[in-house]
Design a protein around this ligand. Sequence first.
Ligand code: FES
Length: 683
Amino acid sequence: MSSDPLVIFTPSGKRGHFPAGTPILTAARQLGVDLDSVCGGRGICSKCQITPSFGEFPKHGVTVQEGAISEWNAVEQRYKDKRGLIDGRRLGCQATVQGDIVIDVPPESQVHRQVVRKAASARTITMDPATHLYYVEVQEPDMHEPTGDLERLERALREQWQIEGITADLSILSRLQTVLRKGKWAVTVALHKSHKDSVHKVLEIWPGMTEDRIYGLAIDLGSTTIAAHLCDLRNGEVAASSGVMNPQIRFGEDLMSRVSYAMMNPGGDQEMTNAVRNAINGLTEAIATEAGIRPFQILETVFVCNPVMHHLLLGIDPVELGQAPFALATSESLSLAARDLDLTVMNENAQVYILPCIAGHVGADAAAVALSEEPGKSDDLVLIVDVGTNAEILLGNKERVLACSSPTGPAFEGAQISSGQRAAPGAIERIEINPKTKEPRFRVIGSDIWSDEDGFEAAVATTGITGICGSGIIEAVAEMRIAGLLDAKGLIGSAAQTGTDRCVAEGRTHAYVIYDGSAEGGPRITVTQGDIRAIQLAKSALYAGARLLMDEMQVDTVDRVVLAGAFGAHISTKHAMVLGMIPDAPLDKVTSAGNAAGTGARIALSNLAARREIERVVRQITKVETAIEPRFQEHFVNANAIPHATDPFPELNSIVTLPTGDFNAGTGEDGAEGGRRRRRRRG
Ligand code: FES
């Protein structure tokens, strides 16, 4: 047994004997302990911080004496004076082993730290991004050894970091000499090596040891909205999240109308490509400002998107996606330079990764949902619906995963809805309707106070009450159905039929008034018959897609349902089921996963192994084409009723009783009574 001191690292539990005088960082490296370092042990980056522990450790079988670690040194003192160091912390590259010692590596000093997802599942993302910072000291040029600065930088990286081979674009080369001399032959470089690359690429270079952090963008490029997370590439933390409307909406609200625009208008595809790229540039600028960073610090971007958005982002005419057999230009993942996509606001050398598509109608967004929710690792049969302008639907378990995409249109995102709006402060996001009085109460984004509670007026004084967002409209329609304001066919009753003056006539149909601020110059927020129709079309498409996958799997029920969607993390599962958006399931088996596609993009940004994983997984997913499947139409028609014309909803019926009977437009009769009379007449 070695007489050298024993070094035990926590939380990893890794241990080994090292001669007295060995730096803690060296011991960590030899044991494969995850301890960060950007400066290579020179005492200037502070990434190697550790906490030594003293006393009795029966669990580890050691007693740690006071002198088990070297004395506090001048380098540590200098660092503490300049930048501060938490009491008890040491720099792992400066402190050396003197006796048996227990060393804790705090999370912020771990390279592959775990980032806990905020979403429902407690899955963690392990940090292993494609881009890292390295500090290197480069040899000065010498008359007797005529090598270029880049070659000497390459040699320094090989010697100091064991990095074999680098490439650098002209933009780096043109600055290299100035930066090297400014940094007195010491520089920090950001090197990128993706899972398919054989060498590292220099993306950015700073004189000396940089204080700059580096970032990546995870972008969910949807047909209606573009949502982005700005993530710190060192620890995976989301520094800012932001979104904008997709400006391509002016060329067509849904995907097929954009494909038709490209077909009918020469150069139309390029117009749409330019619009979306400009929007991403604007979003990059905005999100950097929000986080207080400079856009050049953004070195990577991961995109997830449906196939049409995928082609339009890349500048590929999407015309083939508008007709069978819906051939993609490529379904493989893509690694590109951001500047090839005209993404010029972020760093000029920034790299882009686009997740693979599953097939012609099932895109990289569905792949991202699969990466985030992992249906292929589920023991029970899970249905995952990612609700957007196009719904991505996955059904599967460990044996098999199926996927399809269904054209729901933008109604669930608040578009095509008379009082609809994007999820923003002032939008109604929650609503309840009293089944007896038929009076609504609601909450708007930006306040936790319900409209019938004290303090509501003051709480919404700055935002106002401006409209209804996607999750709000789902609740509104479902609550109207529960309260008997809406029949199973989706018809809104008159004031006489429903017993409330909030149901007002609008031409030959009716609308339900949720809020009327018109006396004070504010909006009048209603749910109209047209809104109900738009929601019915959207939810029928969603349900029909899910049913089609269930047919293919030869099942009539699923074990659990996961609702995901970019428009809001809080779709009410009960209301989604009342509406018949999803098949019947026990309510405690229906969960909400927030923006699963966006989470998938974050995972791919943070972890290279995840990129390999999803590229493998998409090949195993069976894709079902809704557009050419005759049963889709049949399922769609049956799903038009609220919740459904033929499928039973026993779980739903066990928690809510939905009024029966229907409204006979224009008779003024109460729904149930009218229904009875009609039956009597027919009899
Ligand atoms: S490794 Fe950089 S300060 Fe210790």
